[in-house]
Design a protein around this ligand. Sequence first.
Ligand code: SF4
Length: 383
Amino acid sequence: MNIVVHGHEPLLSEMAVKAAEDPELIKLAKQKGAEGINLAGICCTASEILMRHGIPVAGNFLQQELAIVTGAVELMMVDVQCIMPALQEAASCFHTKLVTTSPKARFPGVTHVEFSLENAYAVTKEIIRMGIENFSFRNKERVNIPKEEMDLVAGFSKEVVFQILGGRYRSTYRPLNDAIISGRLRGLAGVVGCNNPKQTHDYFHTVLVKELIKHDVLVLQTGCSAIACAKQGLLIPEAAKQYAGKGLQEICEAVGIPPVLHLGACVDNSRILTAAAHIIEEGGLGEDLSDIPAAGCAPEWMSEKAITIGFYFVASGVYTIFGASPFATLGSKNLTDYLTKEIEDIVGGRFDFCDDPLKMAKLMLAHIDKKREALKLKPAMYQ
Ligand code: SF4
């Protein structure tokens, strides 16, 4: 039987992982005729349980309804953000039970079981038990699970990046800095954020990321963007040979990493900036985050939270492109000039807007090259 966790609260998904392994609940599931309890994740919760427990991802933002229409989901538990308002309508066409858990996000006609720190495990067990009880209502004739699967490597916390680059006994960012300084690596890009229903699903993420790695840019990812690229097979070491430029290929082969690194959920974007801070600490690439040959992008953003995270990146000194739809500020020339030009003199980073993934890549590469020049680094080794 299948339970899907969807949303953003790491604690709820953590409890769900524990409850899905609870012998009492597994016994109950078997009594009901199931083989066991299978947990899968949607959206950023998917990345949380993937990073910490290696639990497979069911999909990103635009796949939440598709998970339900497999007819094989007994229960979907949701918390906050990115829960489609019509999810219950999709669930009501099947036997799937939808359960809300946060007082901040309830839906008409949906079962609500409130989750809190005090009752975390007991409540999660109760929810999983509801899913088990629902298994007998599954209509086997309506089950249609897609066969497509893709491997991925995830779990690149800033500590792991240290160890992978420098080895377990000499953890260091030095090899990464040296690769950028020598030009084998042209620079770094953070490609993050949502799916946007205005775009073909995953198109902007995958076209942009393929173009960046082709030009020897190591890509760091989080959130639904990482899941989009994972589905395309970009998060396995073998992807370097197929898609990356020669310099990035050499690094991926030497270190054994994919050309695109999955750093977590969209609530983990700070990991990208922490890694950037370590690069500055290591030395040789300037004094400030804005000096690093790096750029950021949220190609298909749709959540308000993406704007907040964008401000965090820009304020930290990162040139950050937003795709899909521009901010609703473009009516004001003064504010738009401030966000896309003048703010750079104050904080080192700025916003840009672009609605074409290949143009986004061009803008990011031009920015990376400008930063290389400012640091008086040699041009990229394999241009
Ligand atoms: S990346 Fe965007 S769409 Fe995906 S879960 Fe996070 S906020 Fe939602």
